[in-house]
Design a protein around this ligand. Structure first.
Ligand SMILES: Cc1cc2nc3c(=O)[nH]c(=O)nc-3n(C[C@H](O)[C@H](O)[C@H](O)COP(=O)(O)OP(=O)(O)OC[C@H]3O[C@@H](n4cnc5c(N)ncnc54)[C@H](O)[C@@H]3O)c2cc1C
Length: 803
């Protein structure tokens, strides 16, 4: 084994082997993979090897497409067969809701160039004769589905990497990791120490243990997973290979395995495996079968596919594999650890392993994953993902693997975990809460406790009239919204202004002022959007997206100078309340000594004030489009501030509103938001944020690329639409059609109650952005006429929020 290497990859499962291959392919040859036992000896060897392109996150779906297309390449390089069987697959729906979901999945596939098709039950039975038609309402057909040989795939990656120059050391456990002062790593193994510039944790079932070697607790948990293989079935004899099938009602998946069928299930009563520590002596072992646990799914399976019942069981496999709380991989660099990378929590290694390897290798080599990998970035999690939280969420996610998540559905596990001081007060006002980073926040308010729940649906639901009331109350009087779930950062020091000027694209505001600013990477793509409030010459308060706190901090810390500026996340130190509406100023004016008139406290002002007895910061900003104020106080004061505003608000017609009303109102104003309209695949001009890029500054990160985009106009444009919808609105990821062709995608949608119209924001090619007719947006399988709006639907000139 070498004593020095550019990279040591820990773990020879399908993911580690893919990372190794992609590094060599991109030109990093001095790379070593260290494997505790033999290749595949974690969860890889006993996988069912199924693969598919469909994924709820379109960006992850793209990486899945990439993975499946890669198998030919690694077979050719290595001479090792991957045992690829592309059989095609059907997803079977037993209910109208599931069929709606399949239609939406098909629609999403359009702009990903996926050739999905909704088929009738008769057609499904023709393609998959084992099913009993009476249980199904329709199906989705995907020609690019199938299975591979897990051993073959892993060895094909590994051999291809070796041909490209990589070294693989088997039977050698990594015992510890120590970082040297120069940032390089001592990788201490059973066969000696390798000094490496970079370390990749692809430890799969042991990724948590490898993480603990460097002091981090990765939010992953292994679950036991069972599948069985039937005896040979006469129904299959002499026939072409059966398709893959997913039966959502039975929560089972099926495929042919030799002369029989393989049937697996994500049972509701799933069981975690080794919840705290994975034993190092777990080898190519299987777990004890527990058919009783999956009996309910098997019973449905036998009813839906009657021939299976008499086929007998040839073999049962029960093996563990890992999940993150949301079921997506954990990939990328770890905040605060130089040159330490993770590629773990990959629950669908044969659909995702190639994409994970590609993204991580680019990230390591170019400093950027080269694609929108927000959905699998390890930085999407923070401190709230304790061991027990992860355990509860992973179990929930596992049990729901084949269940629908409706757009208005909040999941119950691990709740309530984090609450603000006014939680009980909002509860008493019949708030329906959502969970955001483990924090409870009000989505909407019901008139009574009995009505305070969501009836989950793809269509307008029971909350619709109540959200309407909230929006109209904001329009006509004043509304109060809790905004504690925003990310907040305290930036201070003599070099703070200079650092912000370099890190953010817009100018730094003067003391007492606020500036909105995109944050760009070197490629000029959006990696954040912030409200920068200047409290003093050397002190700033930044407001951004809470879910991206670790993501932002990772970037900030990479770009901080050795001295002169400090950045500290302070999301939970400051809780916030926003008031918005034509009576907002009148309400607040009665509680503060400062003159809040536009002449003395204009739009985008920021000042420390005392609101009654409560010290806080007040910003004059608006995400609703109405006259608005955001008030930030340390958490100990939040309840007093809330009570004060509620009391004083009675005279002004104050009512409460929640996150759903805010979403509707920001879409009426065509205001974008992080992870929806603003993501690292869009540039600021594409996203309509060009006016917040200050080219008068000579230097800031991404300037050259942003100037190029400005001059070239950008490939895409974010535009607003009014849709002729009836009982369902766009929610995001629907295709946008123009002249009968899918040309773009929706990023957000909602009913705009103040304007009385169904609205959406989405990206289309720049060349089409000036067209105002000929558009359609596909909502639950139906193409609805849509008109491009040339200006925001509500108060386009912005007079109300500036008044
Ligand atoms: C029953 C079952 C069925 C499945 N079916 C499918 C399917 O149909 N389709 C699909 O896509 N996925 C399926 N999976 C999931 C699939 O197995 C995983 O996605 C995949 O194996 C993850 O690979 P990995 O490389 O991340 O982890 P692992 O396979 O666990 O690999 C990690 C490797 O790291 C090594 N290692 C760990 N720590 C150290 C250390 N300190 N030093 C050296 N080496 C170390 C381990 O020995 C191991 O070989 C299934 C899993 C199971 C259990």
């Amino acid at each position: 084994m070498k004593s020095h290497a550019q990279v040591v990859v820990i773990g020879g499962g399908v993911v580690g082997a893919s990372v190794l291959y992609h590094l060599t392919k991109a030109g990093w040859k001095d790379v070593v993979l260290v494997e505790r036992a033999e290749l595949t000896s974690g969860s890889t060897w006993h996988a069912a090897g199924g693969m598919h392109t469909v994924n709820g996150d379109p960006n992850v779906a793209k990486l899945q497409q990439y993975t499946i297309n890669l198998y030919k390449e690694i077979e050719q390089i290595s001479g090792q067969s991957c045992g690829v069987h592309i059989t095609g697959g059907i997803m079977l729906a037993g209910t109208r809701e599931r069929l709606d979901w399949l239609k939406m999945t098909k629609a999403r596939g359009r702009y990903l160039n996926m050739d999905l098709e909704i088929i009738s039950v008769d057609e499904a039975a023709r393609l998959f004769p084992l099913l009993d038609k009476k249980h199904f309402a329709g199906a989705l057909y995907d020609p690019i589905e199938g299975h591979v040989d897990p051993y073959g795939v892993t060895h094909a990656y590994a051999k291809s990497a070796q041909i490209g120059g990589a070294e693989i050391v088997r039977q050698n456990r990594v015992l510890d990791l120590k970082q040297r002062p120069d940032g390089s790593w001592d990788v201490i193994t059973e066969k000696g120490t390798v000094r490496a510039e970079h370390v990749v944790n692809a430890g799969g079932l042991w990724a948590r243990e490898v993480g603990r070697m460097v002091g981090i607790e990765l939010p992953i948990l292994a679950m036991e997973h069972q599948y069985l293989i039937t005896g040979d079935m006469p129904e299959l004899a002499g026939k072409p290979e059966q398709l893959h099938a997913i039966d959502f009602e039975g929560e089972i998946y099926l495929r042919q395995e030799r002369g029989g069928m393989l049937m697996g299930t994500y049972e509701r009563a799933g069981v975690p495996w080794s919840p705290e520590t994975t034993p190092w002596d777990f080898g190519q072992d299987l777990l004890a079968n527990d058919l009783d646990r999956i009996a309910p799914s098997l019973a449905v399976g036998f009813e839906h596919f009657p021939a299976l019942e008499s086929a007998g069981i040839r073999k049962v496999v029960n093996g563990p594999f890992t999940f993150a709380p949301d079921g997506n991989p954990l990939v990328g660099p770890i905040r605060g650890l130089r040159n330490f990378w993770v590629a773990c929590g990959v629950m669908a290694g044969f659909s995702q392993g190639g994409g994970v390897g590609l993204a991580l290798s680019r990230w390591m080599i170019d400093g950027d994953p080269g694609a929108d990998v927000w959905g699998m970035d390890v930085a999407r999690y923070g401190d709230w993902t304790t061991l027990a939280y992860t355990n509860a969420k992973v179990r929930e996610n596992y049990s729901r693997r084949f269940r629908i998540r409706f757009p208005n559905e909040e999941l119950p596990a691990a709740r309530p975990l984090r609450t603000t001081p006014i939680y009980e007060r909002l509860q008493a006002r019949h708030a329906v809460f959502g969970d955001y980073c483990g924090l409870e926040h009000a989505l909407w308010f019901a008139p009574s406790a009995e009505e305070a729940h969501d009836e989950v649906s793809f269509r307008r639901s029971n909350s619709h009239p109540h959200i309407a009331k909230e929006c109209l109350a904001v329009r006509d009087a004043v509304g109060l919204l809790e905004i504690s779930n925003y990310g907040k950062f305290d930036v201070r020091g003599p070099a703070a202004a200079e650092w912000l000027s370099h890190t953010m694209a817009n100018r730094v505001p003067n003391v007492g002022r606020i500036a909105l600013t995109p944050m760009l990477n070197e490629r000029g793509k959006l990696i954040g959007d912030f409200t920068v409030c200047r409290a003093a010459d050397d002190r700033f308060f930044l407001i951004g997206t809470y879910a991206a706190e670790t993501y932002y901090m990772r970037w900030f810390e990479r770009h901080l100078p050795a001295s002169g500026v400090s950045v500290r996340p302070c999301a939970m130190e400051y809780t916030g309340l926003a008031i918005a509406g034509p009576h907002a100023r009148r309400l607040l004016q009665g509680l503060v000594r400062e003159n809040l008139s536009t002449a003395t406290f204009p739009f985008m002002s920021f000042r420390r004030m005392e609101i009654g007895m409560v010290p806080g910061y007040v910003g004059r900003v608006s995400f609703t489009g109405e006259q608005g104020f955001e008030i930030w106080v340390t958490t100990d004061y939040q309840r007093a501030l809330y009570d004060l505003l509620i009391r004083a608000g009675r005279e002004q017609g104050l009512s409460l509103y929640g996150g759903r009303a805010l979403n509707s109102m920001r879409i009426e104003k065509s205001f974008g938001t992080w992870a929806r309209e603003y993501r690292p695949i869009y540039g600021p001009f594409e996203a309509g944020l060009g006016r917040f890029v200050d080219f008068k500054k000579d230097r800031f990160i991404g300037r050259a690329a942003a100037a190029e985009e400005r001059d070239g106009g950008g490939a895409l444009k974010l535009v607003s639409f009014k849709i002729q919808a009836t009982d369902a609105d766009a929610i995001g990821d629907e295709p946008i059609w123009h002249d009968g062709k899918p040309v773009g995608w929706v990023t957000s949608g909602a009913y705009g109650h103040r304007v009385g119209a169904s609205l959406a924001l989405g990206y289309v090619p720049s060349a089409l952005a000036r067209e105002d007719s000929g558009f359609e947006i596909e909502i639950i399988g139906e193409r609805r006429a849509a008109v491009r709006l040339i200006e925001p639907a509500y108060d386009p000139g912005g007079a109300l929020m500036r008044a």
